[in-house]
Ligand binder design. Structure first.
Ligand code: A3P
Length: 325
């Protein structure tokens, strides 16, 4: 069967397992630093540029915040791990006990916490890692490395902004949506100008499609199986005819679906892994990464005038690029 065919392929390991262990005696205190490093992206980026040692087969998941990072982490992990962990194979799957953020680390936070080399060296290949960095500030060891693949996901900026507003209000309850909108139109919102973020990876993907895969959240919602097949091809792990027959891509999609992940205990109550949300008081618990998981919620938060303003700001900066939302 497909599992036999694939079991020879090494699977990624949840990074939390290599740091704190996965048994009852897991020691989450090691990750305190990681959790506290949420607000220190710049030192993290500097440390990555100085100290990241790439390995053949590394896969970097890149995205602006609130564009489907959690989903992409789950899908990429499940796709890569399907030899050791069949996605329909019962209770033992790592994604059933560990949040996607426990499986795939954020590079900025890891390196800001001084855990970069320690954790990344301990992770067996294939290694999955995530970043919110713009393409232009990726270290050459990632951007120019033919042995390192990048999967990018972006999303309609209106939905991204609504998602970001809900997320941010957990720690900044008085944040006005209109202020966030202003910032986005000016290019000063969290993680920098959206158009720069997207265009950097768009251009890189056009220049090197075998090294940078460009995905869109709305496309993934429309055709999740087709996009998982695309992802598996890109990662060099295409579904075999036997797997196609068995519907394994569909199993991956089901395992990683919004409702399935949202309802899992680990993603509902957070507990130790809420540390990885980045705020010690638990504001960014695991459940905060699962809100609605739909396209078009912006219409419930933005007036037509607000929508026009953001669309126009984006269109102006994207004109002539060949890319549009
Ligand atoms: P909403 O706030 O619009 O619901 P990120 O993971 O980059 O932080 O993005 C979070 C957004 O992705 C949230 O959007 C969240 O609900 C959505 N999301 C999380 N998991 C998902 C999944 N498995 N499928 C689809 N969307 C998901």
């Amino acid at each position: 069967g497909p599992a036999t065919v694939l079991s020879a392929l090494p699977a990624p390991v949840p990074f939390k397992d290599v740091v704190v262990g996965d048994g009852d005696d897991a020691d989450a205190s090691v990750l305190e630093e990681y959790a506290g490093a949420a607000a220190t992206w710049v030192p993290g980026i500097i440390a990555i540029r100085r100290g990241f040692a790439p390995r053949r087969g590394d896969v970097v998941l890149a995205s602006p915040p609130k564009c489907g990072t959690t989903w992409l982490k789950a899908l990429a992990f499940a796709t890569m791990a399907r030899g050791a962990h069949p996605p329909a194979g019962g209770p033992g799957h790592p994604l059933l006990r560990a949040s996607p953020h426990d499986c795939v680390p954020f590079m900025e936070r890891l390196f800001a916490a001084g855990l970069g080399s320690k954790v990344m060296d301990a992770l067996p290949s294939p290694r999955l890692m995530a970043t919110h960095m713009h393409h232009s500030i990726l270290p050459a060891s990632i951007a120019d490395n033919p042995d390192c693949k990048i999967v990018y996901i972006c999303r309609n900026p209106k939905d991204m902004l609504v998602s970001m507003w809900h997320f941010s209000r957990r720690i900044q309850p008085d944040l006005a949506f209109s202020d966030l909108l202003e910032a986005a139109c000016e290019g000063s919102c969290l993680s920098g100008p959206i158009w720069d973020h997207v265009l950097g990876y768009w251009n890189a993907s056009n220049a090197c499609p075998e090294r940078v895969l460009f995905l869109r959240y709305e496309e993934m919602l429309r055709d999740p199986v087709g996009n998982v097949v695309k992802l598996s091809l890109f990662l060099g792990r295409p579904f075999s005819p036997a797997e196609e027959e068995a519907g394994v891509a569909m199993d991956v999609v089901r395992l990683c679906s919004f409702q399935k992940l949202k309802d899992l205990e680990v993603n509902r109550v957070g507990s130790g892994s809420s540390l990885l949300g980045g705020v010690r008081d638990g504001a960014f618990v695991n459940s905060s990464y699962f809100r609605r998981g739909e396209a078009g919620d912006w219409a419930n938060h933005m007036t037509p005038e607000m929508a026009r303003r953001l669309d126009a700001a984006m269109e102006e900066r994207l004109r002539g690029s060949g890319f549009s939302f």
